[in-house]
Write a protein that binds this ligand. Structure first.
Ligand code: UT7
Length: 335
């Protein structure tokens, strides 16, 4: 990076709830099929929480796994950054509940709301706090419970079949090895397309009150997406921002050891990979088993790849996402 001290990812962790929900199960609730879902998205199944589980429960498990790997406890963490579009309550943000659960005393905690790019935005926030020297240890977690927000009916089928629940976390600390750290972080947003993938209500845009029975009847509390438009933008913006990150850090595609893409659609990731001529063995997808878990998808991929040995210390890793906002970004990290 061009500023401050180098920052490393000292621990990774993930958690998905045990309940597996197959495409066939969803086909009992709406007019869809296993064939349609697999063909259009690559998804075979996803995980849903049970009624007793909150976003904080999911996030806590992912955080504890990352903290254990780094050998720290809640009292050692200087800042918590939670990326999510699944609010535990309308306010305060999820970070308040998680901060308490992790035993962080009075250490600061904040939410970042950038949807499927949320983890990358939160990572950049955390990285800057450590590189500036303000904090030594920042915990960054992406968490989503989508299964309580989508519409399980034919009206909502285009969105409902795609999403799943989960959490992924990383701990950031000053680098300890030569060359370790963030080479580049590139973030973008384009608010003119905010309504191409959004949940309209409840919201303070609505007077005299944030939600009414009529709005509920209309389904304004469910996500709405212009799928084809989002798809087209994702396959353009993701290669574009990766090239931007590589150019900034003066490295080539071939120098990158591993690419982690947000898990929105297998076809998007195959398209992005082929555009950049990335060999498939340098990528990893788990959308088949988890669906799209928005802010959690990239850190879940990272944690699985670290645990399985696909990503090792010293590897150059590119993480890239695109989502609602629109927002998109990439992080290039020497692990
Ligand atoms: O993570 C944030 C970013 N999100 C994304 O990147 C998602 C981007 N978009 C996509 O991944 C794809 O656009 C989808 C997977 C959402 C949809 O695939 P598509 O090939 O673009 O299909 P489509 O939206 O054009 O719909 C094709 C047809 C439509 O029927 P008609 O109008 O052709 O008769 C839909 O009504 O498929 C219908 N359809 C479904 N059929 C069965 C939509 N959803 C379903 C469904 N089951 N679940």
């Amino acid at each position: 990076m061009k500023y401050g001290r180098a920052v490393k990812i000292s621990g990774t962790g993930m958690y998905v709830p045990p309940r597996v929900v197959t495409n066939d199960e969803l086909a009992k609730l709406m007019d869809t099929s296993d064939e349609w879902i697999q063909q259009r998205s690559g998804i075979k199944e996803r995980r849903y929480v049970d009624d007793d589980t909150s976003p904080t429960d999911l996030a806590e498990k992912a955080c504890l796994a990352a903290m254990e790997k780094a050998g720290v406890t809640g009292a050692d963490i200087d800042l918590l950054v939670v990326a999510t579009l699944s609010p535990e309550h309308f306010f305060p943000g999820n970070s308040a509940f998680l901060q308490e659960r992790l035993g962080m005393g009075t250490a600061p905690a904040m939410d970042v709301r950038c949807q499927c790019t949320g983890f990358l935005y939160a990572l950049n926030v955390g990285e800057l706090f450590v590189s500036s020297g303000q904090y030594e240890r920042v915990l960054v977690v992406g968490v989503e419970i989508h299964s309580r927000g989508v519409e399980f009916a034919t009206r909502g089928r285009d969105v409902a079949v795609l999403f799943g629940d989960g959490a992924g976390a990383v701990l950031l600390e000053p680098a300890t090895e030569e060359n370790q750290g963030f080479l580049s972080m590139r973030l973008h947003a384009q608010g003119k397309h905010a309504d191409k993938l959004w949940v309209d209500a409840p919201g303070m845009a609505h007077a005299p009150t944030m939600i009414t029975n009529d709005m509920l009847e209309e389904g304004m509390q469910f996500p709405k997406m212009d799928g084809r438009f989002v798809f087209k933008n994702a396959v353009t913006r993701m290669p574009e921002v990766i090239r931007e990150g590589l150019a900034e850090s003066n490295v080539s595609i071939d120098d990158v050891d591993f690419f982690l893409f947000h898990q929105a659609n297998m076809r998007i990731n195959e398209f992005v990979g082929s555009q950049l001529k990335v060999p498939p063995e340098k990528t990893y997808n788990n959308i088949q088993k988890y669906g799209n878990s928005s802010a959690a998808s990239i850190p879940i991929c990272l944690a699985e790849c670290v645990d399985s040995g696909k990503i090792k210390r010293g590897d150059l890793v590119a993480m890239t996402g695109f989502g609602s906002g629109f927002t998109w970004g990439t992080a290039l990290v020497r692990f």
